[in-house]
Ligand binder design. Sequence first.
Ligand code: 5GP
Ligand code: ZN
Length: 133
Amino acid sequence: MAGCLFCKIIKGEIPSFKLFESDRTFAFLDINPLSKGHALVIPKFHGAKLTDIPDDQLSEILPVVKKLAAATGATNYNVLQNNGRIAHQVVDHVHFHMIPKPNEEQGLGVGWPQQATDMDALKALCEEIKAKM
Ligand code: 5GP
Ligand code: ZN
């Protein structure tokens, strides 16, 4: 898509430190890493959110994330994929972060605002979601 930063990186119009490329998938180092080895894996198909990408364009993403995690030697790492501004998405082309977590200070910091358990509500929600899948 014209104007999309990551589409331009895929086309080579903007330089990147490329780690992997196939017909459907592209991976490169994040320009402002949270830790050494922080990488991005993207489908070549342009779409802003995960739900915009056809299944067949996503099938290689996690295997490439795995390869990168192994190649960086990270033993602790997070895989992150943000959708929407409030969910911390800045670039509107789907991307999966592979972020090594070498220590407490570097890598991803996560807020985890857990809610109290309501089993009846969980059961009802489970049924509601399943009915729509
Ligand atoms: P988001 O917050 O959208 O999930 O993450 C976007 C990521 O893209 C950020 O971690 C940011 O550092 C990275 N990024 C933004 N612009 C560029 C760029 O021009 N080149 C590279 N390699 N990474 C970028
Ligand atoms: Zn794009």
